[in-house]
Design a protein around this ligand. Structure first.
Ligand code: MRU
Length: 359
């Protein structure tokens, strides 16, 4: 995708081939800065501190973390320690485990001296695959937006939650990929962007990347979606996913479930876009089984923004000493999901639909 009309991915290998460069997403939308990752610890820290975030991008960054590590220490013990450390960086997005285990499976049978090169190639392959997979999700989701436009003849209003755009992947995004595809195909559309408290990835990241692409959008506070749906101002909702189960339950950023309930009550189609690497085939019941990340209280009690003078400032919005709970994700049961948009096509969110993705 483009930033100020220059093509970018959300991560890339530096020209000297010694490091991986990322966009520091904690600085957006106020500052565009990049950071070089030279070691596995750099990659682990970037994931944990959310300089990179979004399920697919976490996975690819972890793969490069393994590759960077193998350049320094490539013994069996080092491989195990590297994988164990990266796996702990964040708990919910299963793409992290998927990527680390894929690296482990490729590298384990090799001799230590072969691992560095093989790991670098595999991580690069995963980055390229991610771009292709998300482009395919875009093409599979495009007909939904086309159909909505043909039905009404008016700009299509799409609601999304959090950031499941190109910043959350290597390129294109998941939930935003069909939106980019539809916009580029000339379909008039408008996106309702949930701000996504407490870290505000909708306000800071989705609004930023949609603006870079020229896509009309309006920021709303998280509680607005139901009201918009009651009035017929949402044609469809498309969200991303951090972990889906074998029966089609989907875990995504906190608040997604409430949007799905409102959509169900108002007969608004609710789609979830995800690569198949986001499916955890070992789980069935998402509510009972998916680990939900809990983050620091101060993400809820405080808020950070830019003053009109350009200064970045953090302020407390609660009484001093107020306790806060910060659950970062929730689970939407399959019965509330109209369809899953994957790189293999659209499937129903149930065991039969999911089984089609195994072939
Ligand atoms: O906590 P984050 O910013 O990593 O959460 C991201 C999301 O919840 C996204 O919706 C999800 O990862 C889908 S990414 C294409």
């Amino acid at each position: 995708m483009k930033i100020n009309n220059l093509p970018y991915r959300s991560l890339w290998v530096t020209a000297d081939n010694l490091a991986v460069e990322i966009i520091d997403q904690t600085q957006l939308p106020h500052f565009f800065t990049t950071v070089k990752l030279h070691s596995m610890r750099d990659a682990e820290r970037a994931i944990r501190d959310m300089q990179v975030r979004g399920a697919p991008l976490i996975g690819v960054t972890a793969a490069y973390g393994v590759a960077l590590s193998m350049r320094h220490h490539a013994s069996d013990a080092a491989l195990t320690a590297t994988c164990d450390m990266l796996l702990k960086a964040r708990p919910t997005a299963v793409n992290l485990r998927w990527a680390v285990e894929r690296m482990r499976a490729i590298l384990s049978p090799l001799a230590a001296e072969q691992r560095a090169e093989a790991a670098w190639l595999e991580a690069g392959q995963m980055a390229d695959e991610d771009v292709a997979v998300n482009a395919a999700i875009g093409q599979h989701g495009l007909p939904l937006i086309q159909a909505a436009y043909q039905r009404t003849g008016k700009p299509v209003n799409i609601l999304t939650h959090c950031n499941a755009g190109w910043l959350a992947t290597v390129d294109w995004g998941t939930a935003l990929a069909p939106i980019y595809a539809a916009y580029d195909a000339g379909i008039p559309l408008h996106v309702w962007v949930d701000e996504t408290r407490p870290r505000n990835q909708g306000a800071s990241l989705t609004a930023w990347e949609l603006a870079q692409h020229g896509i009309p959008h309006t920021l709303i506070v998280d509680n607005t979606g139901g009201h918009l749906m009651q009035h017929g101002w949402v044609d469809l909702a498309i969200v991303g996913c951090d972990r889906a189960t074998a029966r089609g339950d989907v875990c995504n950023k906190i608040g997604t479930y409430l949007k799905a309930l409102a959509a169900f009550d108002n007969h608004v189609p609710f789609y979830v876009a995800l690569p198949t690497s986001t499916i955890d085939w070992t789980l069935q019941d998402g509510v009972a089984e998916i680990p939900i990340e809990q983050r620091a209280e101060n993400e809820v009690t405080h808020i950070t923004g830019q003053t009109d003078e350009g200064e970045i400032c953090t302020v407390r919005i609660t009484p001093a000493g107020c306790r806060a709970a910060n659950y970062s994700f929730d689970v939407t049961p399959a019965r509330l999901v109209t369809g899953l948009i994957t790189e293999k096509g659209m499937v129903a969110a149930n065991e039969v639909g999911m089984a089609k993705l195994l072939t």
